[in-house]
Design a protein around this ligand. Structure first.
Ligand SMILES: O=c1[nH]c(=O)c2nn[nH]c2[nH]1
Length: 295
C-alpha cells in the first residue's frame, strides 16, 4: 500500500478578538472558528512514525492565536491568507495550508435608536465562511461563502410541467411556500501572492454584501419557476457584480411545507387556494446544487 494523500492539523479553534476605539469608546467584536490543515513532505510521520516532520497541531493552535493578535482578523479572506502563508514561510517541508474560517454573527444592538458601543446579539445561525488554500507553487485560492441563511417566502414560487410518469405523485403547483438554508459560495481568481490578497482587501466585504443582497432580493422578488432557475439567476448576478470571481455556486435544500387536507373534519377547506395551515417537513428535503463559471 502507499499513502495516497495526507493532511493534518487543528479543527474547531475558537477565536474571539475585540477592537477598542480609544477615541470613540466604540468596541467591535469578531468571533470565528478556525480549521488549519497542513500538507507537505510529511509522509514519514505516517509511514515511519517519524515525528521530526510534525508541526504539532497544538503549535498550530498557538499560531492561530498569535497571528490573530499580530494581524487583522477582518476580512476573513485576508486573515486566512496571512495564516496559511505563515505556515508555508515558516516550515520548508510544508507546501500547502488549508485554512477554513467560520465567522459567527455578533450584530450590534441598537437601543433607543442608538448603536450600542459594546453590546451585540446573535441574529441567526448564519455564518460567513472562508476557505483559503495557500500553496507554495499554485498561489492562494480563496472561496468565500454565506452559510445557514434561512429564508422563506409564503408565495411567489411555482413548480409545474415536470416529468409525469408511473413514479410521479407530486401535484403541480402555481403557488407554494419556498424555504431554504442558503449556502452560497464564490471562488476568487487565484491570487499570485499574499500581497495580491492584501491589495484586494476592500473587495471581500463588498462582495459578501453584494452576494447576500442579490440572494435575498432575487429570492424575494423572483416569481420562481423552480429552485434551479432561481439559483442560476443569483449566480449570474454575482458573477456580474464581482468581476474578480471565477465561479459561483449554491447548494439549496428545498425545505417542504405540505398542505394538510382537513376536509374529513366537517368539510374544512384547507387545500389549494384555501390552504392556510401547513405541515413543515424536517425531511426528506430537496437538495438543489449548481456551479456557474464565468467562462
Ligand atoms: O424547485 C423544485 N425543483 C425540483 O427539482 C423539485 N422536485 N420536487 N419539487 C421540486 N421543486
Amino acid at each position: 500500500p502507499r499513502l495516497a494523500s495526507a493532511r493534518y492539523g487543528k479543527d474547531n479553534v475558537r477565536v474571539y478578538k475585540v477592537h477598542r476605539d480609544q477615541r470613540t469608546g466604540i468596541q467591535t467584536v469578531t468571533e470565528m472558528t478556525v480549521t488549519c490543515l497542513l500538507e507537505g513532505e510529511i509522509e514519514t510521520s505516517y509511514t515511519q512514525a517519524d515525528n521530526s516532520v510534525v508541526v504539532a497541531t497544538d503549535s498550530m493552535k498557538n499560531t492561530i492565536y498569535i497571528k490573530a493578535k499580530e494581524h487583522p482578523v477582518n476580512p476573513p479572506e485576508l486573515f486566512a491568507s496571512i495564516l496559511g502563508q505563515h505556515f508555508i514561510d515558516t516550515y520548508a517541508h510544508i507546501n500547502t495550508a488549508h485554512i477554513k474560517i467560520v465567522v459567527h454573527r455578533w450584530t450590534r444592538m441598537v437601543l433607543d435608536g442608538q448603536p450600542h458601543p459594546h453590546s451585540f446579539f446573535r441574529d441567526g445561525q448564519e455564518t460567513r465562511n472562508v476557505e483559503a488554500v495557500v500553496d507554495r507553487k499554485a498561489g492562494i485560492t480563496v472561496k468565500s461563502a454565506i452559510v445557514g441563511l434561512t429564508v422563506l417566502k409564503s408565495t411567489g414560487s411555482a413548480f409545474h410541467s415536470f416529468v409525469r410518469d408511473e413514479y410521479t405523485t407530486l401535484g403541480e403547483t402555481w403557488d407554494r411556500i419556498l424555504s431554504t438554508d442558503v449556502d452560497c459560495a464564490w471562488t476568487w481568481e487565484t491570487f499570485g501572492s499574499l500581497k495580491a490578497v492584501e491589495q484586494a482587501t476592500p473587495k471581500f466585504d463588498a462582495a459578501w454584501g453584494k452576494a447576500r443582497a442579490i440572494t435575498m432580493k432575487t429570492f424575494a422578488e423572483e416569481e420562481s419557476p423552480s429552485v434551479q432557475n432561481t439559483m442560476y439567476k443569483m449566480c449570474e448576478q454575482i458573477l456580474d457584480v464581482v468581476p474578480e470571481t471565477a465561479l459561483v455556486s449554491y447548494s439549496l435544500p428545498n425545505k417542504h411545507y405540505f398542505e394538510i387536507d382537513l376536509s374529513w373534519h366537517k368539510g374544512l377547506k384547507n387545500t389549494g387556494k384555501d390552504a392556510e395551515v401547513y405541515a413543515p417537513q424536517s425531511g426528506p428535503n430537496g437538495l438543489i446544487k449548481c456551479e456557474v463559471a464565468r467562462t
